[in-house]
Design a protein around this ligand. Structure first.
Ligand code: AMP
Length: 399
């Protein structure tokens, strides 16, 4: 059974074609600059070198048609024809409170995603464009939508209600939603599987740390709290996003600039590792500069380490303990020095790591010592595989 996974951004489209028997990626690719001059596609058939072609893509529909063509191409393709495709899974950033799990697409589902556009004005319209293009090009084939917010819909009110007037929630749906849910869910379940334990018996803290970062408390397999909130700037310091700041700062900035877009750019695009260090949004560059004595880079690095420790500590307190801490995404999977710093500064919680085992990148590893009170591990995230599994399940259930 072959499943296509799509992740559409405003001007980009990432795809993977996955053979579910054995869960193998057959081909993957990226289309960039859709609707902009200089659009191109980079396609990789597993086992072959990547091929890059400059092709004018005026819209997502044109890009998706090209991707489907390349998937049946005699040389670069992996399908004899499109009948071989079982279903398509789509990543949708925001499902609001409406969608608590992945669902098969119906006209009502499309309407539901449209209704929550105000909560994700940049992402949901792009995700929808991809979905509608596939519905158009492949009529009759099932489509499944998988939401970044859905995993966090199990949070109790004490975790998702802000201390704002209750009206803000009831009238304007201002609340904590949380993001990266597909990743948090995937790595939490995988961690339990690796440890040979039932996830229902575990208190897990999942640290998805990449260009965007969030940390989640997973109690008995359910998200009970998470660091990202109404939008994607809350929580720990990120590549270019501020993480937690006093709301008074936003009010001050609005009064100073009188321009919501400018203030949004400050906290989403000019802040974080980049804003504090003045060097880069990439932790590798910041670490290198800090090691060479750059003071602001060192402050940026320390804010991130401290922020992650604060969340691990507070989520452990919230859950009444923690059995497992999982690191994932770019920084979590590859930041050897970063993981060492965070964990060694948490020995008071009974966290003990083996530096040798920690000395690895991008693979599943338990790097705590056998006598550590908390198991600490790296589990590389695989959002595409998680989307493909949900797509298979939902499409089969609908038969
Ligand atoms: P992601 O958004 O998950 O692709 O993560 C991208 C981020 O991972 C980059 O911006 C870097 O900050 C970080 N990263 C990747 N490799 C390393 C590394 N070896 N050490 C520290 N950070 C890394």
């Amino acid at each position: 059974m072959k499943i296509l996974v799509l992740n559409c951004g405003s001007s980009s489209l990432k795809y993977q074609l996955i053979e579910m028997d054995g869960e193998k990626v057959l081909a993957k690719g990226l289309v960039e600059r859709i609707g902009i001059e200089g659009s191109r596609i980079k396609h990789t058939k597993t086992g072959m070198d990547a091929v890059t072609r400059e092709v004018p893509f005026p819209n997502h529909s044109a890009a998706i048609k090209y991707v489907l063509d390349i998937l049946v191409d005699p040389e670069l393709g992996v399908l004899k024809n499109l009948d071989e495709l079982y279903a398509t899974g789509h990543r949708i950033v925001h499902g609001g409170e409406k969608f608590t799990k992945s669902v098969l697409v119906t006209p009502e589902v499309v309407k539901g995603i449209e209704e929550v556009i105000p909560l994700a004005p940049l992402h949901n319209p792009a995700n929808l464009q991809g979905l509608k293009a596939v519905m158009d090009v492949l009529p009759g084939k099932p489509n499944v939508v998988v939401f970044d917010t859905a995993f966090h819909q199990t949070m109790p009110p004490k975790a998702f209600i802000y201390g704002t007037p209750y009206d803000c929630y009831e009238k304007d749906r201002v609340r904590r939603y949380g993001f990266h849910g597909t990743s948090h869910g995937y790595v939490a379940h995988r961690a339990a599987e690796i440890l040979g334990k039932d996830i229902k018996d575990l208190k897990i803290i999942t640290c998805h740390l990449g260009n965007g970062s969030s940390i989640t408390a997973v109690d008995g397999g359910k998200s009970v709290d998470t660091s990202m909130g109404y939008g994607t700037a809350e929580g720990v310091l990120m590549g270019t996003r501020s993480g937690n700041i006093d709301p008074s700062v936003m009010i001050y900035l609005m009064e100073r600039y009188g321009d919501a877009q400018k203030v949004s750019d400050i906290v989403h695009k000019q802040a974080g590792l980049l804003g504090v260090s003045g060097i880069s949004s990439d932790l590798r560059d910041v670490e290198e500069a800090a090691a060479n004595g750059n003071e602001r880079a060192k402050i940026a690095q320390d804010i991130l380490i401290t922020g992650v420790k604060k969340y691990i500590g507070s989520f452990a307190a919230e859950m009444g303990g923690v059995d497992v801490v999982v690191f994932t995404a770019g920084i979590g999977e590859n930041g050897i020095g970063f993981r060492k710093e965070v964990c060694e500064q948490m020995e008071f919680m009974g966290i003990k790591i083996d530096p040798e085992k920690n000395n690895c990148r991008g693979k599943e590893v338990i790097f705590s010592t056998p006598d550590s009170k908390v198991t600490v591990m790296v589990v590389p995230t695989d959002e595409e595989m998680a989307i493909a599994r949900d797509t298979k399940r939902c499409a089969e259930e609908a038969k």
